[in-house]
Ligand binder design. Sequence first.
Ligand code: KG4
Ligand code: ZN
Length: 332
Amino acid sequence: MTRLLLAIETSCDETAAAVVDDAYTVRSSVVASQIDLHAAFGGVVPELASRAHVEVITQIVERALDEAGVVGTDLAAVAVTSGPGLVGALLVGIATAKALALGWGVPVVRVNHLEGHLASVYLADRDVPFPQIALLVSGGHCMLTRSTGPGRYELLGETVDDSIGEAYDKVARFLGLGYPGGPVLDRLAAAGEDVLGFPRPMLADGYSFSFSGLKTAVVNHVRADPGFSETEVAASFVAACMDVLCAKLRRALEEFGDPAVAIVGGVAASPILRARAQALADEFGTRLLIPPQSMATDNAAMIGVAAWHVLGASGPSGRAFGPEPDLRLRFG
Ligand code: KG4
Ligand code: ZN
């Protein structure tokens, strides 16, 4: 018999709930974005995020259950993101998940948000080959891992300063383009040419990344040239980011020759990155694993898939846990 779980995600500025079955079929996925709330500040304001989660979380859970046509007692478990993320935002999801699980008499599964992103590839394709190279590019992270199975990762390298999403968001804020920066910079970049020759940081440095110097180069260019072209700046910035990501991916594919390469995290919503990654995968004859565009940014369906992996590997989590704002992937 098919088993179902409810997954809840509130680590940053999306309040999300989903019902996912044990074959990873998404029965419902509801995401309430707080983008409008934070846009005026050019980034997420933690206190506002927590308050907004509290206001909508029960409605979002109700909608996810309704759309899936289930009630709480049909469920095998309630899964929730325990970290990394904003502590107050995580608290809302965790407290809600524990209370619902207690009421329904079902176990809780605690999920690492990063494992959620890595599991998001199953939302596009259930046949996921291993070993795989995985590039996780989000607002909080930029890391390259090699995975031999769900929950088994080796870290190849990560950013030494800003994540790539953070760089997009900071550049967009500086240009007065609002928050989040990814989609708008991407759109502008598609209409412009890479003519400014911004630096490609740490290209020669193994699998490490750095985006802070690139962001500063953009800021310096804009300050020095008040008549700057937004499309040229966006196209040149995005091209530099893409060249760095693709150079690291190429290095990993050359070193390991794995049958699959996964691109996950909010920046994987970028059509430019999706096209560049596909071209690279084709060149190496490897499979590109990438979530559907709408499931690249934060959602609860990916948390549901990761929860099935956790349940399979180690069972339910017990209820004695709290937010883990600095949670990392477990390597080894
Ligand atoms: O995974 P995510 O939703 O949240 C975190 O876990 O951080 O990623 C959010 C990041 C933001 O920095 C946003 O600017 C970026 O993903 N992003 C994009 C696009 N859509 C969202 N970056 C590039 N192109 C996009 N279309
Ligand atoms: Zn995320």
